[in-house]
Design a protein around this ligand. Sequence first.
Ligand SMILES: NC(=O)c1ccc[n+]([C@@H]2O[C@H](COP(=O)([O-])OP(=O)(O)OC[C@H]3O[C@@H](n4cnc5c(N)ncnc54)[C@H](O)[C@@H]3O)[C@@H](O)[C@H]2O)c1
Length: 266
Amino acid sequence: MMRFQDKSIIVTGAGSGIGRAAATLFAAEGGRVICADKTDGADATVQAIRDAGGTAEAVRIDAGLEEDVQRVVALAVERFGGLDIMFANAGISGGMANIFDTDVALITEVLRVNLIGPYLAIKHAAPEIAKRGVGAIVLTASVAGIRSGAGSPAYSASKAGVINLAKTAAQQLSGSNVRVNAICPGLTETGMTKPTFDYARDAGKMDRVGRLNPLRRGAQPEELAKVALFLASDDASYVNGQAIAVDGGLSSSHPVTKQEYGRTAV
Ligand SMILES: NC(=O)c1ccc[n+]([C@@H]2O[C@H](COP(=O)([O-])OP(=O)(O)OC[C@H]3O[C@@H](n4cnc5c(N)ncnc54)[C@H](O)[C@@H]3O)[C@@H](O)[C@H]2O)c1
């Protein structure tokens, strides 16, 4: 029996990166996946899933718009008879503007997609999932939401909000059997970070990518998706209200210089 056999699953941001990897893995484990994205990237994800014998459907949504979130939840119920899992993963970086260069329009848009999006996902998915008697919501936050230094002020604030949303929603869904958790990715090679990885590769500087974490590399999307799948699965049946860093160990330490370590172990 596969972990997600016949489960009805929504993945937002499924047209690229972590969302595409998660949708593909959910389907490979028997899930029926609504691949939602604002671009037609979800069509390619769905095609690949179908080519591999899986079940998926693409839908174009803006994850930060309430009517679109309601529409995608209704679609899952209509096509697959209900909803078991929501992976609210869509997000934007909003660029690297500092506080003084960030205008209200920019921070409003980053918060709308990155924070209001997951809020709406919980608001509209949780009641449907609760009808099944058990299920899970996973949100994509970021190490940028844990402390400063991994994104713009707008992005970091949005992701800090997502971390709290996972905790608060888990509490407010008490008694429903709907668990809510978040993943906090570190630097991962996706559409969002393509310029960084492309630049490093072209400049022969890949050894500098992710060098601040003890694994000394960036992540691949599947490494994040696998943790999201764990949190969505019954394997995590007693994990609730948590934000799990998936960052190669980046957030496990305060900044220190190599000299302060003395000799490293290897
Ligand atoms: N890549 C990283 O290093 C990294 C690190 C920490 C957190 N994250 C988070 O991971 C999540 C997935 O991003 P990714 O890295 O896979 O990037 P990505 O750009 O490859 O994928 C993001 C997807 O979300 C979609 N999207 C954006 N805005 C949307 C909207 N309003 N409605 C619907 N879809 C929308 C995009 O079209 C895209 O397909 C995001 O929440 C991001 O903030 C990424």
